[in-house]
Write a protein that binds this ligand. Structure first.
Ligand code: WTA
Length: 600
């Protein structure tokens, strides 16, 4: 990339600060001091495995707490007031650490019974329910690798992820199972199926040699005691599929050792302590929902809230009040949606319990920050990280002053910076690649079965290349500027244009498709598709709707284009690569720049 000075609009001339009292009661009271003395080796001592050499995250999250403080402490509060066939009054449940030990033992036993082995991949395709969390914990207990999948995924997305991970089993519901293309998944041997009212039809074997098991029936018969399988810190923990700018989504594999990073950042960034009630609003289909919805808070023994059902502003406010949430981790899009719902409804609820708020997924715009601060009395703090980094890397901290709009400073024990193409660090206010010095604890272990992709992240020696651009200011704050590639962040979710384009061209009317992110006030970006039609098809608004619906049904609702523009031809290079840069210029009505590589 061409290195340039950050545009004046980025460099905040009169920065607005969020000031903190000098003596603040925070787990990390002094950032500079914490950086100076920091050693990850010392964090390892917080885990039983540092003495026993027996590693399994489920022991550190659940069993060791169940044996002490957490016997009667609530680990999981679950609330979903939506009535369903199985739960006519909705669900309002609590699970102590001891309950989760028992339930995850049961599920571990069920998995063992069907010969699911250590490091086998098992997809978890469930709505946000206690069973989702119990399944993931059960998988950890037997050392298997969960592949959490968003409930919103449709057939094409499911097929890609199950076949790439060669998942041996899937845990899902009867209605979601309809989207699993059973005939196309040769590695899939077992389906654990949750009934949703009437009994599920667990037949022993289908014609495909896949066994179906009724989750609840199996759980009833299973023992509540099962010792975890012991592993090493390098064994696999979890795979999250995430999008890049080219190709299908990639499986980011993390290792057990990542817990060291989850633990310490949850302590110092989320500032979690024993008496907190913590609410991470992310689904475990996204890395935030595992690293900070499961691993971080539970390795610390903290009570967590999980809300089922769809996003509803007032229900969110109710949840904060109902559980007296003290630490809240959410995303800019959510804050903006709450904001657009209006301030009046916030007045009906009390947010007095909140003492700390963090935000992740995309830049937190100053307007949203100020609104949340006004309504709750607490300013949200930025945290920047990625599926690949596994843990928070650049953050604003509870104890320190920070500048509104700045992404923050590197977590103690990590080093992030802004460099040129050769890996040389750049002077202040110069835009460059946002990089992290390799070797932090939860750095991804591999890209599943794709070494060349993995190596691309490390092509500048000593650095992990994030794919983001940023600059550093003279005070050491890093400011996120944008993506270098074509990855789209829509409502905080990462969408690869290639996946959407591949879905689009399956539609009979679509000859070619090019997909970009178009800036949007509420969602950060929306997905916009440029489409050239096959002969015989005429452009119309109805066709746009039909095409968008087609992607929604085949891939996922959040990946469906919200805007479609028909064009004569989709601009490509002579080698056939879609020129999304040109599409972005078209969209904004800007000059297209150099098009010498464009095909005739
Ligand atoms: C973006 C997992 C600005 C960024 C957590 C990154 C952010 C991508 C922030 C990772 C932030 C995340 N400010 N941008 N605080 N946090 N991003 O893997 O572009 O779904 O590279 O996130 O999100 O997306 P992922």
């Amino acid at each position: 990339m061409a290195i340039k000075t950050a545009p004046a609009s980025f460099v905040q001339k009169t920065s607005e600060w969020v000031r903190k009292p000098k003596r603040i009661d925070a787990n990390m009271p002094d950032y500079a001091k914490a950086c100076k003395n920091f050693k990850w080796k010392n964090v390892e001592k917080e885990f039983d495995w540092s003495r026993t050499k027996k590693v399994n995250i489920v022991h550190e999250m659940i069993d060791r707490h169940a044996a002490g403080i957490g016997k009667n402490r609530v680990a999981l509060y679950f609330w979903d007031p939506t009535p369903s066939a199985l739960y006519p009054k909705g669900r309002d449940e609590k699970y102590t650490f001891m309950d989760l030990k028992k339930e995850s033992s049961r599920f571990g036993g069920v998995l063992k019974k069907y010969k699911i082995k250590k490091q086998d991949r098992v997809a978890v395709f469930l709505p946000r329910t206690p069973e989702l969390y119990i399944s993931i914990l059960g998988l950890h207990r037997i050392g298997a690798i969960p592949v959490p999948l968003f409930e919103a995924f449709m057939e094409a997305a499911i097929e890609d992820r199950l076949s790439d991970s060669e998942a041996a089993a899937i845990v899902t519901t009867k209605s979601l199972l309809k989207r699993v293309p059973l005939g196309k998944l040769p590695h899939l041997k077992h389906i654990f199926i949750l009934a949703e009212g009437e009994a599920s039809q667990a037949n022993d074997e289908t014609s495909l040699n896949i066994q179906m098991h009724d989750y609840h029936q199996e759980m009833e018969q299973a023992s509540t005691q099962l010792e975890p399988i012991w592993m090493t810190v390098n064994d696999g923990l979890v795979i999250h599929y995430t999008s890049g700018s080219t190709g299908k989504s990639k499986g980011v594999l993390h290792r057990q050792y990542a817990m060291v990073g989850h633990y310490q950042t949850s302590k110092w960034v989320l500032d979690l302590r024993q008496d907190d009630v913590y609410w991470c609003t992310a689904d475990p289909g996204w890395v935030t929902g595992t690293s900070y919805g499961i691993y971080g808070p539970w390795t610390l023994g903290i009570s967590s809230v999980v809300l089922g059902g769809r996003f509803q502003p007032e229900r969110w406010y109710q949840a904060i009040e109902k559980y007296q949430v003290s630490v809240w981790y959410s995303a800019p899009t959510a804050f903006r949606m709450l904001m657009s719902h209006g301030e009046a409804s916030t007045k009906k609820y009390s947010f007095k319990s909140l003492r700390h708020i963090c935000s992740v997924g995309e830049p937190l715009n100053p307007e949203a920050l100020r609104w949340v601060r006004k309504v709750t009395g607490v300013a949200p703090h930025e945290t920047w990280w990625m599926t690949e980094t596994g843990m928070q890397i650049i953050c604003n901290y509870r104890s320190g002053d920070f500048k509104i709009g700045a992404t923050g400073k590197p977590f103690p024990g990590t080093y992030a910076s802004v460099v040129d193409d050769a890996g040389k660090e750049l002077p202040p206010n110069t835009l460059g690649h946002l990089v992290v010095r390799t070797g932090w604890p939860s750095m991804m272990k591999e890209i599943w079965k794709n070494k060349p992709k993995f190596d691309e992240y490390f092509r500048i020696k000593g650095w992990y290349l994030s794919g983001d651009t940023a600059y550093k200011d003279k005070d050491g704050f890093i400011w996120f500027a944008g993506r270098e590639d074509d990855v789209i962040k829509t409502a905080g979710e990462r969408v690869g244009p290639f996946e959407v384009e591949s879905a689009l061209v399956q539609h009979p009317a679509v000859a070619e498709a090019g997909v970009i992110g178009k800036p949007d006030k509420l969602r950060g970006h929306i997905i916009k598709a440029f489409i050239s039609l096959r002969s015989g098809f005429g452009a119309s608004d109805n066709l746009k709707k039909e095409i968008s619906e087609f992607v929604r049904k085949n891939l996922a609702a959040h990946a469906a284009p919200r805007e479609i523009e028909f064009c004569e031809r989709v601009p490509k290079t002579r080698s056939g690569k879609i020129m999304r840069r040109v599409l972005r210029a078209w969209d904004q009505g800007l000059p297209v720049g150099d098009i010498s590589t464009m095909e005739e």
